[in-house]
Write a protein that binds this ligand. Sequence first.
Ligand SMILES: [Zn+2]
Length: 497
Amino acid sequence: MNLLTDAWIPVQHQGSYQKISLQQLLCGEQTGELCLPRDDMELACLQLLCAMTQVLFIPKDKKALGQYIKEPITPEAYADACRGKMDWFDLDHPETPFMQIRGVKAAQPTAMDKLLAGVADGTNKAFVNPQGLAEALCGGCMAIALFNAANNCPSMGGGFKGGLRGSTPITVLIKGRTLRETVWLNVLTEETAESSMPWYQATKNQLPNYLDRIKADAKIPVSALGLNRGLLWQPAHFEIEPSQGSANCSCCGCYEPVYNGFNKAKFNYTIDGVWPHPLSARIFAIKKGEREEKFPSFTTTAPTWTHMSRLVVDKQDEKEGQQTAPVIQQARTFMAADRIQLIIGGYRNNQATILERRHELFSLAQGWAEHGDVIQQIIDDGLAYKTALRKALYLFAAGIKDKVNGSGVNLCDPVESAYYQCTENLVHNSLAAVKFEAPQEELQELNAQLKAIVTNLFNQATEPYRQEPKMLKALALARRSLHKSLKELEPQGEAHE
Ligand SMILES: [Zn+2]
C-alpha cells in the first residue's frame, strides 16, 4: 500500500462513496468531501493529506501557492514531485515502512484498538465509538491511525514518547471550497517556512526519522528538525503486523486487506525546545528571562470559542504572549480581504485517557486579519458574562463569612454548562458576521443578548429556592452581585465620552 499511488482517501461526492488517490485529488480528476465514521480520523486524514502535499511541493512564494490553489497540477508534475519519495509512504516497505521501524521487539502484538485514541481506555467509549471499532484496519485507515497517534494523541504510556506538540494539541486548518483547495491552503510557502523556522534551508533535505533513524538517548534541539522531518515525525517505535487477508475495515467499513495488530517498543530521546508546527498556535510565558512555549489544548469542558483569540490573534507583552499557527500567519498575507473558515480540532485528555474529541468549523468575517482586537473583545465579553453569572451563583451557595449565610446549593457548574450551550451559536454568529471595521453596534447587541441570557439563566436556576426563607438573604446577595456585574459590563455609551 503506497500512499502516493494507491486510492486510499475516503471521500463522498454527490451521494456516492469512494476512495481516491492523492494524484487524483491534486490533479483535479476526482473530488469529494472526506468521509469517515470517526470525526477525529477524518481530521487526521486531512492533516496527513496536508503534510504529504507539503512534503511533495513547497511553493516558493504566495504567487506560486495561489497558482496551486487555483489550478489542479498535471500528472507529470505529480510524478516529478513523488520521485525519490516513494519509499517514504509505503506502508509495507521491507526496510522503511511508513511511520514505522522495522524489527520492533515486543513480547506480544498490541490490538489495533490501542492505536485509535479513546477506544481502548476512554471512560465514555460506549458513547464515543460504535461497538466493534478498531479490530482490523485497512491500509488507508492504518496510515491515518499511525499519523494520528504520532501527532494528536497522548503517548502509549510510561516510557513511550508523545508527539512533538505534546499530548493533545489543538490543530487549526483553513477550509477551502473544495478538498483540493483546503489541502493547498494549509501548505506553507518557502517564505513562510523560512520565517517560522529559521533553520528551514539548512534542514530541508532531511529524511523522516523512520528512514534516517535517531540514536537512542539522543538530545535533539528543535532547530535540528526540518519541516518534512517534523511533519512526519514518528515519536515511538511501532511496526504493524503483516496483513493476514481481507476483511471489512473496522473504521471505514470497506472490504480490503486489513491489519490486525502492531508491535510497539519503548525508545528514549529528548527534544529540546518547541517545534513550530505549521498547524498549531503557540502560547508562551517569559520566566526569568527565558521564553517557555507550549501548544494550547482543550483542558476543560469550556467550548472551543473560548480558545479562539489565542488561535487567531497574535499578542505579546513582557510577560506572556501568543502566536498564531504559521498557516494562519500566512493566510493573513493573502486572505485578509476575505472571510475565512477554520477547522479546529483536538482531543481533551486526562493523561492517556481521551475524555472528549472536537472537530469544529468556525467562520470569521472579512477583516479578521487586521482586527484581532475585535475578536478578542467578543471572546472577552462571552467569558465576562459567564464569570458574572458564576460569581453570583457562588455567593448564593457560599454567602459571605460572618455576614450572610449561604444557601449551600451550588449551581455554578450546571448553570455554566447551560450558559455555554445557550451562547454557542451567538458567539459563532458574531465572529462570522461582525463588521470588523465598525463593530460597535454589533458588540452592543451581543452584550444585550448575553445579558438577557445570563439574567434568564440566573432566574431559572434560583427559582426553586425563592420560597425558602433561610435562603432569601443569600438570594438577595447573589442578585445584587449579578446586577452590579452586569452594570459594569455595559458598553460605555456616547454620553460618557
Ligand atoms: Zn479503512
